[in-house]
Design a binder for this molecule. Structure first.
Ligand code: ADP
Length: 268
């Protein structure tokens, strides 16, 4: 019978040790996001707030559309165009719900990363790699573990959505959706619908959307707002949640949303 020399045994066990170490290190960094995600989700609000990198805005500080409309009298002068009305007629409103629903939506002018809501939506790219625009802002404010969790997902096709933790962000979760780069309206609609499906599956009560695809991806702002508002209106008519916030970062979007919210979410 042949026995391996003790030198050979030592070499083999050394090699397997270093392989094992490497695997443990990889596993540890892979799982760091997972451990941290659960820890942060379990923190009391005051403790979680110590993680934020900047100031934050709580939901009760974001006016409902109904309050916003009452406070900003000039908005009533902003009238939809004939093209707006043609687009609007693609859906039928359950008008009995108008008053209630005008209190379940908001326009928020500013940086989505400040919102302390259940989830903010990220206009992500299909590789789920930190990029520019709102995506870059979200990754910077969340910290590097967000990218680690995105890497574990791998990617996301256009029109679909994936949910992750939000780490150092004031929000609890980030929903990453990939908007179209080719102006496809059905794909943009899917972004809103799939994000809202994740809201429901995860029982989230307050969520905020940026104007998906209207930045680097070049989707026309006005049609994008119609798609966002149609999707939200139909969804709110048959689903229960406290607030959908439309985050309008650019003045052009503030103007469009102030006009179109009046037809999709009449306050009386
Ligand atoms: P896309 O690649 O889908 O076009 P962008 O990030 O380029 O995504 O733009 C989407 C929208 O997000 C644009 O209206 C842009 O002005 C807006 N945006 C950029 N930064 C922020 C931010 N920090 N908060 C909210 N919206 C933002």
């Amino acid at each position: 019978m042949l026995f391996p020399s003790s030198a050979k045994i030592a070499k083999v066990s050394l090699l397997s040790c270093s392989n094992l170490n490497l695997r443990f290190t990889r596993m540890a960094s892979n799982q760091k996001w997972s451990v941290e995600k659960s820890r942060i989700l379990g923190l009391p609000t005051e403790e979680k707030r110590k993680l934020y990198k900047s100031d934050f805005i709580t939901l009760d500080k974001v006016e409902t559309w109904s309050q916003y409309f009452d406070l900003n009298k000039g908005i009533a002068d902003k009238k939809p165009t004939d093209d707006d009305l043609n687009e609007f007629r693609k859906i039928t409103l359950d008008s009995g719900k108008n008053k209630e629903l005008s209190q379940k939506v908001s326009i928020f002018k500013g940086d989505i990363t400040k919102l302390e809501v259940d989830a903010i939506i990220n206009a992500a790219n299909s590789r789920l790699k930190a990029g520019g625009g709102v995506d870059g802002a979200i990754h910077r404010a969340a910290g590097p573990l967000l990218q680690d969790e995105c890497n574990s997902i791998g990617g996301c096709p256009t029109g679909e959505a994936r949910i992750t933790g939000a780490y150092n962000l004031p929000a609890k979760y980030v929903i990453h959706t990939v908007g179209p780069q080719n102006g496809s309206a059905p794909n943009l609609k899917s972004c809103y619908e799939n994000s809202l499906t994740l809201q429901k599956e995860n029982k989230l009560k307050s969520i905020a959307f940026p104007c998906i695809s209207t930045g680097i991806y070049g989707f026309p702002n006005r049609l994008a707002a119609h798609i966002a508002l149609q999707s939200a209106r139909k969804y709110l008519e048959s689903n229960d949640l406290d607030r959908i916030i439309f985050c309008t970062f650019m003045p052009v979007d503030v103007d469009i949303y102030e006009t179109l919210m009046q037809i999709y979410f009449p306050t009386n």
